[in-house]
Design a protein. Structure first.
Length: 171
């Protein structure tokens, strides 16, 4: 279902996604996310740990609407992040390393609120980053190679402040 065409056939050439409208952003991990210009969020592909955010574990061969009012998206291997227009950060999917940032390691099948006042997000394979509007950088999730930048190799299940003065992030 990675192509989002509604079919399970491979395509050697580009094929349209099975939802109409204009898109402003896309993100791909082990699944796919797309943000339409109207702020609605759509997801498709594998969904074994809730990474699509539709409250199920059903693989979707065509895009399913997750919600509205979003401004940015990011996809890890099996987790998703979405930033709403009000600066609130939402996460869902696998959480084995704490990559959802809710203080637990419980997988989430639907979006949960992580916090507010965010301006940008990024998702690594099993970790997450967020930039607050004040320029402070926050990180959480898998940290076995120090990817969170907090000076440790300890996994973090809640956001930890890495520093200040940042203007952009990427993984």
């Amino acid at each position: 279902g990675q192509l989002g065409s509604g079919r399970t056939l491979q395509s050697p050439t580009p094929s349209p996604v099975a939802v109409t409208g204009r898109f402003s952003k896309i993100a791909a991990g082990g699944h796919n996310l797309a943000l339409k210009t109207d702020g609605s969020l759509w997801a498709w592909g594998v969904n074994d740990v809730g990474q699509l955010g539709d409250g199920t574990s059903t693989t979707r061969y065509a895009p399913v609407r997750v919600g509205a009012g979003f401004a940015d998206i990011a996809a890890g291997t099996a987790h998703s992040l979405a930033l709403k227009t009000d600066g609130s950060l939402w996460a869902w999917g696998i959480n084995a390393s704490g990559q959802l940032g809710d203080g637990t390691t419980t997988d989430r099948w639907a979006p949960i609120l992580v916090g507010g006042s965010f301006a940008a997000i990024a998702a690594g394979s099993s970790h997450s980053l967020a930039l607050q509007t004040d320029g402070s950088l926050w990180a959480w999730g898998l940290n076995d190679s120090g990817q969170l930048g907090d000076g440790t190799t300890i996994n973090r299940s809640a956001p930890v402040r890495v520093g200040t003065g940042f203007v952009a992030i990427a993984t």
